[in-house]
Design a protein. Structure first.
Length: 190
């Protein structure tokens, strides 16, 4: 019904009214990213940041799920802010850290740190030790590119220290993070 109403308004030249009343709901798709793409394609006169902000308002408490849409739109600061507000899939964050380490290392460090944060908090689907290592390695690679590897390693150590005793992330990274002095004396293998 929303799609029909939207189409009637658009064909009548009421573009703003179509966007305001039906644009965000009529273009819902299977994923948050697909929804963002559909709305952006339908309303090219709207800025990506405006569309994203409007879509985020439609899903209170799920802000982190819009991370991929913000990243794709090049809204890196917004992407990190969204992923820090509510849970975001750690694997999505890790891929972002891996994929953008060269082009946008500061963003990649942030994404890697958030991946570790949500892993420590227990989020993620079928998480394995490989997922924890991937988040760590990609965050550190980006940090080296960004010139803040020592500070990032310390932030990771503090983050993992907040894991419950015997927690999964602490268990996986514990030995590696305990080797700070050795790490600082040789080049890292990640």
């Amino acid at each position: 019904m929303d799609a029909l109403c939207e189409e009637i308004l658009l064909s009548s030249g009421f573009v703003e009214e179509a966007y305001e009343r039906y644009g965000l709901t009529a273009n819902r798709r299977g994923t948050y990213l697909a929804t963002f793409r559909a709305v952006a394609k339908r309303y090219p006169h709207k800025s990506a940041s405006q569309i994203l902000a409007d879509l985020v308002k439609t899903t209170p408490g799920e802000e982190g799920k819009w991370f991929a849409a913000a990243k794709e739109a090049g809204l890196y600061d917004e992407a990190l802010a969204l992923a820090s507000r509510t849970p975001c899939d750690p694997k999505t964050l890790t891929r972002a850290a891996r994929d953008l380490a060269e082009e946008h290392p500061a963003f990649a460090v942030g994404a890697g740190m958030l991946a570790l944060h949500w892993l420590v908090q227990g989020y993620g689907y079928e998480i394995t030790s490989a997922d924890v290592w991937a988040a760590y390695v990609n965050a550190m690679k980006a940090a080296e590119k960004n010139g803040n590897a020592a500070q990032t390693r310390q932030r990771i150590r503090e983050l993992v220290a907040g894991d419950v005793p015997g927690g999964f992330v602490a268990t996986v990274l514990g030995r590696e993070l305990g080797r700070e002095r050795k790490w600082s004396q040789r080049s890292p293998t990640c």
